[in-house]
Design a protein around this ligand. Structure first.
Ligand code: ATP
Ligand code: MG
Length: 565
C-alpha cells in the first residue's frame, strides 16, 4: 500500500478528477471493503494506439493512487478477429509504456462459467434461443423512435431453450443459424436492452481454447461478468459504453453476483489522427501504411519506431486529463511534448540530408583535425565528442544560395559563415556541371577561427552544420508528414479521401557523422538544425543506416499559444 489517497476532507475530494473523487468516496464509505481494483480490457484484434494510453493511464493511475491492483484482461471473445500476435504485442506495448499489470487475465478463461450462467438465465426464463436471421432480427429490433417487436421464438419453453442451447454448444447448427438472447424488453428506449444477443454460433478456432467452443459470448455478456469474477471494484471505460451499463447491470442483477461499479470517461480524440483499432486495421489491410508499426501510425509500436519517447506520450496524456465530455486534442500539443522530451534527452549530431560538396582550397590535402563538439547543451553530463574536419566537406544544399536573398545569412559567394564547432569559411567559387547544376563549392577557411570564434572579434551572422566528406557515413532518411490531411479522419467512411498521399519522402543519400556507425536501433538523435531522427528498428544495419524523422525542430504549439489560442 504505497501512499494511498486518504480522504480527509471535502477539499481533498474536490482536487481530484471525477473518477478519483468517486473512488475516494467509495473507499471512505467502505464500499468494496476499501479495496480498489481496476483493469484494462482490450480486445486482441490489433495493436494498441495512443487512445488506449488514456484508458490505461486512468486504470493504472487510479489503482496506484489508492494502493490498489491494476490488471490486464484480454476481451478475447471474437476468435475470427483476434490473434496471439496481438496479445503479445499489447503486452509488450504496456511494458514499454511502463504500466506493469499485477495479473494478465483472459475472458476466454471464463467461458465455462459464462456458459453455466447462460443456462441459469434460461432456467429462470430470462433467455431464449432465437431462430430469426440476422436481417430479420434487425427488422424486429425497431429504431430509436419505434419500439421493436417480439420474436416469434421468444416464448419457447424453458426445456426447449435448454435443449437448443446445449445443441448449439454441441455444434449441431451452422454459423448464424441461431443465437441465444436475453429476454428483457423489446420496447426499451435503450436499444441495447431489446433482447440483446448473448451467444452466437461461430465454428472458429480460438487462439487459446482451440476448437473446444463453437459458440462464443457477445461482448456485453462477457464483459460485466468478467469484471465480477475478477473482483474489479471500479470498471472504468470510455463513454461509448454508457448505454451498455444498464445491460451489464441487468445481467449481474439476474445472476445475483458481485457487482462492480462502472464509470465512463471521455475518449481521446486527436486532430488528424484515427484512433480505433477497427479503423487502423483497414489502413494496414488496404496497404495504405506499411503495417501496424509504420512510423506514421498512432499505434504504440508505430510511435516507438518513429522515435517518440514513452515519456512524451505519458506527459501528453496527463495534460489531456480525465473528463466526462468528449473533446479533441490538437496534435500540436502532442508534438510539443515530444520536442520537449527529445530536447532534453537526444544527443546532437551532424546530419546532412541533401549533401553539397565543399572544398576548402587553402586547407592541406590529407590533413585531419578532430574538433570538440558538445553532445547536448541541455545536459552537461552528456559530455563532448570529436568531429573530424578535413579539406572536403558536405553541407546541406539549402544552406547555400548563389544569389542570396537579402535575409539569407548562410553560405553565398563572397559571404562568410561559421561551421558549427569548426572554422569560418568564405565561398570563392561555384562549380557547375554541363546542365548548370551546382556540383561543388570552393571556399577558403580562416585558420584563426578554430572552434568558431575570430580572435579579432569579427562576427558572422550564419552558423551551419557540416560533415567531413571522407569520414561521412551514408544513410537513408525517411521524412514523414501527417498521415491524414483531414482534421477528423474518423468522420470519413472512405479513408482514402482523408489521407495525405504525400506523407512519406525517402532520402536515399543522406550523410551522417561517423559517431553514428554503431547507433543502436530506436535511439533518437537531434540532427543539428534539422530535427529529431530515430534509428529504424527494422531496416537499419551498421553500414547501411536508416533513420526515421521523429519530428522537426519548429515548435508550432508555442506559436499557437502565442496567438492566444
Ligand atoms: P475497436 O475499434 O476494435 O473497438 P478500440 O480502439 O475501441 O478498438 P478496445 O479494445 O475496444 O479498443 O478498447 C479497449 C479499452 O480502451 C476500452 O476500455 C476503451 O474504453 C478504451 N479506449 C479505446 N479507445 C480509446 C480512446 N480513444 N480513448 C480512451 N479510451 C479508449
Ligand atoms: Mg472499442
Amino acid at each position: 500500500m504505497e501512499s494511498p489517497i486518504e480522504v480527509k476532507d471535502n477539499e481533498t475530494v474536490e482536487s481530484l478528477d471525477f473518477i478519483r473523487a468517486a473512488v475516494a468516496e467509495d473507499t471512505a464509505a467502505d464500499r468494496f471493503g476499501r479495496r480498489v481494483q481496476t483493469r484494462f480490457p482490450p480486445e486482441p484484434n490489433g495493436y494498441l494506439h495512443i487512445g488506449h494510453v488514456k484508458a490505461i493511464a486512468i486504470d493504472f493511475g487510479v489503482a496506484k493512487d489508492f494502493g490498489g491492483v491494476f490488471n490486464l484482461r484480454f476481451d478475447d471473445t471474437n476468435p475470427e478477429k483476434e490473434e496471439q500476435e496481438y496479445v503479445e504485442g499489447q503486452i509488450a506495448d504496456l511494458a514499454w509504456l511502463g504500466f506493469e499489470p499485477a495479473n494478465i487475465y483472459y475472458a476466454s478463461d471464463y467461458f465455462d462459467q459464462l456458459y453455466d450462467w447462460a443456462v441459469e438465465l434460461i432456467s429462470l426464463g430470462k433467455a431464449y434461443v432465437d431462430d430469426l436471421t440476422a436481417d430479420e432480427m434487425r427488422a424486429y429490433r425497431g429504431t430509436l423512435t419505434e419500439p421493436g417487436r417480439n420474436s416469434p421464438y421468444r416464448d419457447r419453453s424453458i426445456e426447449e431453450n435448454l435443449d437448443l442451447f446445449a445443441r448449439m454448444k454441441a455444434g449441431e447448427f451452422p454459423d448464424g443459424a441461431r443465437v441465444l438472447r436475453a429476454k428483457i424488453d423489446m420496447a426499451s428506449g435503450n436499444l441495447n436492452l431489446r433482447d440483446p444477443a448473448m451467444y452466437r454460433i461461430r465454428h472458429a478456432e480460438h487462439q487459446r481454447t482451440g476448437d473446444k467452443w463453437c459458440i462464443y459470448p457477445m461482448y456485453d455478456w462477457a464483459h460485466g461478468q468478467s469484471d465480477s469474477i475478477e473482483g474489479v471494484t471500479h470498471s472504468l471505460c470510455s463513454l461509448e459504453y454508457e448505454d451498455h451499463r444498464p445491460l451489464h447491470d441487468w445481467y449481474l442483477d439476474q445472476l445475483e453476483v458481485y457487482h462492480p461499479k462502472q464509470i465512463e470517461f471521455a475518449r481521446l480524440f486527436i486532430t488528424h489522427t484515427l484512433l480505433s483499432k477497427r479503423g487502423l486495421i483497414r489502413l494496414v489491410n488496404d496497404g495504405l501504411v506499411d503495417g501496424w508499426d509504420d512510423p506514421r501510425m498512432p499505434t504504440i509500436v508505430g510511435m516507438r519506431r518513429r522515435g517518440v519517447p514513452a515519456k512524451a506520450i505519458l506527459d501528453f496524456i496527463e495534460r489531456v486529463g480525465v473528463s466526462k465530455t468528449n473533446s479533441t486534442a490538437d496534435i500540436a500539443l502532442l508534438e510539443y511534448y515530444i520536442r520537449q522530451e527529445l530536447n532534453l534527452t537526444a544527443p546532437r549530431v551532424m546530419g546532412v540530408l541533401e549533401p553539397l560538396k565543399v572544398v576548402i582550397t587553402n586547407y592541406p590535402a590529407g590533413q585531419v583535425e578532430w574538433l570538440e563538439a558538445v553532445n547536448n547543451p541541455e545536459d552537461p553530463s552528456a559530455g563532448t565528442r570529436q568531429l573530424p574536419f578535413s579539406r572536403e566537406l558536405y553541407i546541406d544544399r539549402d544552406d547555400f544560395q548563389e544569389v542570396p536573398h537579402k535575409k539569407f545569412f548562410r553560405l553565398a559567394p563572397g559571404q562568410e559563415v561559421r561551421l558549427r564547432y569548426g572554422y569560418f569559411i568564405t565561398c570563392t567559387d561555384v562549380v557547375k556541371d554541363a546542365r548548370g547544376e551546382i556540383v561543388e563549392l570552393h571556399c577558403t577557411y580562416d585558420p584563426q577561427t578554430k572552434g568558431g570564434y575570430a580572435p579579432d572579434g569579427r562576427k558572422v551572422k550564419g552558423t551551419i552544420h557540416w560533415l567531413s566528406a571522407p569520414h561521412a557515413l551514408n544513410a537513408e532518411v525517411r521524412l514523414y508528414d501527417r498521415l491524414f490531411a483531414a482534421e477528423d479522419p474518423g468522420a470519413y467512411d472512405d479513408f482514402r479521401e482523408a489521407i495525405n498521399l504525400d506523407s512519406l519522402q525517402i532520402i536515399p543519400n543522406a550523410k551522417v557523422e561517423p559517431s553514428l556507425a554503431d547507433a543502436a536501433p530506436e535511439s533518437v538523435f537531434q540532427f543539428e538544425r534539422k530535427g529529431y531522427f530515430c534509428v529504424d528498428s527494422k531496416d537499419s544495419r551498421p553500414g547501411s543506416l536508416v533513420f526515421n524523422q521523429t519530428i522537426g525542430l519548429r515548435d508550432s504549439w508555442a506559436k499557437i499559444q502565442g496567438k492566444g489560442g
